[in-house]
Design a protein around this ligand. Sequence first.
Ligand code: KIV
Length: 266
Amino acid sequence: MPDVTLTTLQGLKQKGEKIAMLTCYDAIFAKTASEAGVEMLLIGDSLGMVLQGHDSTLPVTVTEMAYHTACVKRGNRGAMIVADLPFMANATTEQTLNNSAVLMQAGAHMIKLEGAAWLAESISLLAERGIPVCAHLGLTPQAVNLFGGYKVQGRQDAQAQKLLADAKALEQAGAAMLLLECVPSELAARITQAVAIPVIGIGAGSATDGQVLVLHDMLGLSLTGRSPKFVKNFMQEHGDVASAIAGYVKAVKAVEFPAAEHGFSA
Ligand code: KIV
């Protein structure tokens, strides 16, 4: 069990203290980030774009996710480890259970699934079997082809109502945490108020219970040279990696990051 548990995260939400999460794919960054105070390390399938150089997350496999999860586990110093089920690894409930088992046995403490209310059955099955789940809503990059690009979600009223209903349904199904990506800040605030479980945001404003960024983005490392609006480069004001990560944690806790300029309006 990690030092940071679900109870820790629940306590932070209740106290109103923000949760700091970063993606992480290997042992040395796991050590650096967990020692710098990052509470949750996410082995995101973003590794397909960041480490492997693909133009989407779709090519990433469960075997690759398990390899990186095991690497992070070896370097981690007490953070909670969350691993993504990659594209189509949760197409059926049987696949969801089997693939989640692979990632938990590789070292994850929680599994993250992209989707919407249709995830409810899988989330219930996982929770019944002792696997905490984070449900990823809003811009779910595995559905980029359906969305027609990496676009802000929930701007129209009907879409916003659906996201709010999905969040409540997934909490009801047994989700331990929600992650909202690229949704208007005001909607993210409403969802965070409406559920009792911690809500982590990326491109979702400062009112969520915590923040996540892709590690390489916040270190200013990019294959394309472009950076999403919701990213802040912490290397610019902190000269080295450990200080940049510590600066991120401090800024999240102080609610200085994200600033208004990093969010989206409806
Ligand atoms: O894969 C990933 O890194 C993610 C984050 C962007 C939240 O899902």
